[in-house]
Structure formats: structure tokens, C-alpha cells
Design a protein around this ligand. Sequence first.
Ligand code: C2E
Ligand code: CA
Ligand code: CA
Length: 468
Amino acid sequence: MEVRILNGAHVAVAFGEPVAAMVHQVVAKRIERFLNGNSRSPASGGEGRDTGESAAVEIADGWLLRVNTAPAASSPQMEDLLRALALEAIVVGEQCIHIAPSVSVCNEQGLSTEPGGDQALSAIASDAPFAGEPVTHDTGWAERYRNDMRVAARLLADLKAGDLSLAFQPIRMALRKDKQLYEECLLRLPQEAGLPRGPGLDIMALERLGLIRVLDCHIMWLAIEQLRVEPERRLGVNISAQSACLDGWWAALSAALEAEHELAERITIEITETSGFPSMSAAIAFAQRLRQLGCRIALDDFGAGRDAIRNLYALQPDIVKIDAFFVRQARRSSRGQAALKALVGFARAIGGTVVAEGVETKADCDAAAQAGAAWQQGFFIDPPQHAGVEPGTEVSVHETRGAFGRRPVPPALAYVVEMPPAASAVDARVVSLPPRFELRWLQWAISLGVLFWALIAGTAWLGWGGSS
Ligand code: C2E
Ligand code: CA
Ligand code: CA
């Protein structure tokens, strides 16, 4: 088996080569400890499994670790290993570092395809491309990476402590509010004081770092637990496009869904396309497999990503969720209304059931219905509900949007804090965040200083010239 630290080069640039080398060694020790039976297996119900052979790990170049033994590619232990490696922070001074691991299982013939294993899983297990932001030597990249790592570390610590929770927001038929498609699970993070908050910025940090897999996997398990205790419920689970890949992260999940087909039929996987699919062929195989297991596939935020139409053709989703941007545009002009109608028609022709997102007012609801989107979601239809929080009082924080869709890089200073409207108006406030030091500011300051000095010197020289 080979374990690769997909963000090894990133850690080396952001934290320095000695730290990265230390991370490499710590990970090797952790793999040995895990495989030699010291770790329990939460995905497989707390049952640790001994592989029989004693594991030894060899550190190789290219952020690679070679292991002389391996769990089966499709076994729950594979998912546990990935989870354990990604979730356990490596603490260096004040900074917690998380790695993005990938595992591949090989034999002399190539990939493991043992009898009874998940063939689809085995075929792709070694082909997980790194989907986070690449290392760049731009000014400020290393600092941004360290900031993102701080955000991720906080969220993953909350995950580990069991402090993440879910809000649920139904998707209903506009004219028949008693008809419900399903409820979307929305991640809520704890806050030191006040209401739990939505995750907009944190999700983007995890995506940029390539660390979103551990969160998506965890939320899938939370949803499965919820569906086990509530047999009438239907839930939608958000996953990043980075998680639309049938590798070891889905090992125990796909086994659980296969064993509980009736439960799988009550799950809709919402894949958001805004961060881009790292591998389209892997995403297509993923959608086919999950559909085969009984789940429905929804394409989220449709229209917001770069490759919306291509993705729609490729994934053939059961449900297409039109990005809230288009409902907002329909509010503003008849052109916006015509665009919404065209998009709904297009999504229905290629995909399946269409849902309009971001329906905040009665006027939005009518406009979306006129455009052909009978299924709707938004504060007007029903706000997200979180146990212990008064409906309609939730706070959500997200980055300001340039045009539409999610920005891959955080904006400099402004974030929008939105309170959901009681019924009709959105009270959105733009708040300033404390400025972050960036190297380019120093460059500007030096340029300004040089200019200022040239002006003074020039004036003085002219003054001397005039007086001589
Ligand atoms: P999304 O999947 O498009 O979810 C809808 C977001 O819009 C939610 O924000 C919801 O609270 C908010 N919302 C609902 N109705 C309205 C409305 O009428 N107007 C407006 N302005 N907003 C409305 P939230 O919960 O902050 O989540 C933000 C995004 O974070 C989600 O967008 C989704 O992309 C991502 N996300 C949420 N939970 C998860 C998760 O468990 N896993 C992953 N990977 N992503 C998640
Ligand atoms: Ca969604
Ligand atoms: Ca959406």
C-alpha cells in the first residue's frame, strides 16, 4: 500500500522544509500505529481490525510512504485510516497542521481487485487527483495557506469533539406547501457566544487546502444516523465536487449504503460544482455508483460554476438546483426573469427535477413558479431549522460575490453577514475584517517612499539651481 501526503509540497512552502520533513515522519509513525492494531474503527462500528502482518512504513520521496501491508481497498478500515490521518493535527508551536492523505493499494498485477471488493472503488482508488489550490509563489500565498490551515484546524477540532451540528431546510412545492422533496442538511459550527453559524468561509478554506473530504464523509455519516432513527425522513447532503470520487473515503459509506438500500433511497447527494470537478470521469463514475446504490444526485448552484452546462450533460443529475443568483436577477429586470425561465427550461430538458434556490419573498416565489420552477427553497418557503435555535434567527456568513458563484480566493477585507428576513426583506450588512498584512503593501510603501524622495530631491535640486 502507498500513502501519499497530497499537500506535502504545500506544507513545505508554507511552513518550511524542516517542518514538512517532521510531518512526513509523524505520519509514518501514525500509519504504523494504526495498522498495528492500536486504532479503533468508528466507520465500522468501533471494531478495530488486525491485518495479520506487522506494518512497517518506509518514507520515500515525493511525499510518499510505502507500507508492507494494507487493508482491502474497499474495507471500512481504509476509510478509518484516511480519516485518522486527516483528522489528527500535527502540532508545531502554535500551528496545527493537517495532511490531505490518499491511499492506493497495489499488487504485482496493478490495482487490488480482491473478490467481494468494490470493483468500482478499486479501479479508481489510486487515481485521486489533488483537488486543492496548487502551490504558487505569489505574494501572500504562504500566509493565506497558513490562515486557511488555522480555519481548517478549528473546524476539524470541532468535528473531532462532536461539536458540529446540522440545520435542516426543506424544499417544497411553491403552490402545494404540503409537498416536500427532501430537507437539505446544512452544517452549523459552534460559536463561543451566540447562535451556531453557517460554514461558507470555512468550506472554502477546506476546499482550497484539499481537506474537505474528511468533513463531507463525516456529514454523510451524521445524515445516515439521522435517517436510521427517522424512517420517514428524506435528506439532502452537500458534498464538494472534490468528494465526487469513489476512492477509499467512500469505502465504509458505500458498504453501509449497499447494506441499507431503503435508507440510501432517502438520500440526495447535492454536489456543488462551483469549485470545479478535479476529474470529470471520476465524478461520472461516482454519480453512477451512488445512483446504483439508491441515492439521487443533485447538481447544486447550477449556473454559478464555469462549466455548468458541460457538467449537466456529463452527470445527468436527477435534480438541478438553480443558483440563487438567478432568482435575485429575476427580481431586478424582465431580462433577469427571461434568463431564469430559459435556465429552468434548459435544466429540465437535460437534467431532471428543477429547484429554485434563494426564494426570499412572495414575489420571488411567483417569479420562480412562472419561470417553471415549481420546487423551491429559501427563507420565504421555510428558513433552515436548527434544534434549539428560533427559526429565522440564524446568522450566515459568506464571502462577498464578485459576479456570481463562489470565489476561489478570499476577498481582502469584506464579508457579508446576513440575517434571514422575517418574511420579505434581507437585512445584509457588510462588515470590515481586521486588515491582514500583505507583502505587496510593503512593496507599495517602498515605491511611494522612493517617489516621495525623488520629488523632494528634485525640488531641492531645482531650488539650488535657481539660487545659483
Ligand atoms: P448551499 O448548498 O447553496 O446552501 C444554501 C445556503 O443558502 C445555506 O447557507 C442556507 O442557509 C442559505 N439560504 C437558504 N435560504 C436562503 C435564502 O432565501 N436567501 C439566502 N440569501 N440564503 C439562503 P449556509 O448554511 O451558510 O451554507 C452555505 C454553503 O456552504 C452551502 O450553500 C453549501 O455550499 C455549503 N455547505 C453547507 N453545509 C455543507 C456541508 O455539510 N458540506 C459541504 N461540503 N458544504 C456545505
Ligand atoms: Ca446545497
Ligand atoms: Ca445551492
